[in-house]
Ligand binder design. Structure first.
Ligand code: ATP
Length: 257
């Protein structure tokens, strides 16, 4: 069943068509990837999906037409995102970083704090997010004490506290070494097993070819290929652009600039 569907999604910046009639489908319970070189339009696509940039065309999410909804209403329906630049609060512990995100999402939480400052918080979403990503033991650590890989996982956990149906992730593996990237991939697969659907944008070909169920390849604002990782590895246009003659992602782990 399709959780998300875009039809002829288009974003224009001045004279530039950053997204040129994009049709993408994300099936419920899958990990769907989007790859492409710098400037292809990947972040613009996430911005358009989540309501952070105006777009024409159609977006259906969870059986609703969300094309004209503002970002906060899309988020409330269960459409979450992570950002390329990971900003954690450095003076808060891991669990407090998640709690802040959960409080922001809970309706009226701020007002309730003013009225009843010592009220008991519902911490279940935070605890579930920590458990899903295996971060329980790091709960009292400060972000500055964590590896880059763990910091990224805290960023993902923060998005999970909203208990979304779909998380769009913008280059979560950026800045990670191959071992950390592999560990992140394993955590993403575990998340999908708990019922969350993931739309993953990344440059790390090894990661996306290993963890995704289905992939789209974008160039100059257009989808130039789509299919399973096996189909993408065999696609001649993709091989020529990214994978080298042997179709081995380790030949060219980064997409070309
Ligand atoms: P990267 O991998 O470097 O993050 P990307 O595939 O995410 O690249 P986008 O950031 O979506 O690409 O950019 C797509 C095109 O739109 C680029 O040519 C970019 O310069 C342009 N662009 C993006 N945001 C804006 C904006 N706010 N105003 C004008 N042009 C923009």
């Amino acid at each position: 069943m399709a959780l998300l569907d875009t039809t002829a999604l288009r974003v224009t910046y001045g004279g530039l068509r950053a997204l040129d009639d994009i049709d993408v489908t994300v099936e419920q319970g899958q990990l769907v990837g989007l790859i492409g070189p710098n400037g292809a339009g990947k972040t613009t696509f996430i911005d358009a999906l989540t309501g952070f940039t105006p777009a024409t065309g159609g977006i259906r999410f969870a059986d609703q037409d969300i094309t004209s909804l503002p970002a906060h209403r899309r988020a409330r329906l269960g459409l979450a995102r992570t950002w390329q630049s990971l900003e954690l609060f450095d003076d808060l512990t891991v669990v407090e970083n998640l709690q802040v995100a959960a409080d922001r999402q809970s309706a009226g939480g701020f007002l309730l704090d003013l009225i009843r400052p010592r009220r008991a918080r519902d911490t279940s979403a935070v605890e579930r997010a920590l458990a899903t990503l295996g971060l329980e033991e790091l709960r009292t650590r400060m972000p500055g004490e964590l590896s880059q890989g763990h910091r990224k996982l805290v960023g993902v956990a923060r998005a999970l506290t909203a208990e979304p149906q779909l998380i769009c992730m913008d280059e979560p593996a950026a800045g990670l070494d191959p071992v950390e990237s592999l560990a992140l991939g394993a955590e993403l697969r575990k998340m999908v097993d708990t019922g969350v659907t993931i739309f993953l944008v990344d440059h790390d070909m090894s990661l996306v070819l290993t963890v995704c169920d289905y992939l789209y390849v974008m160039e100059f604002g257009q989808i130039i290929a789509q299919g399973t990782p096996a189909q993408i590895r065999a696609n001649e246009r993709v091989i020529a652009a990214y994978l080298g003659e042997q179709g081995d992602p380790n030949d060219h782990p980064e997409a070309p600039a």
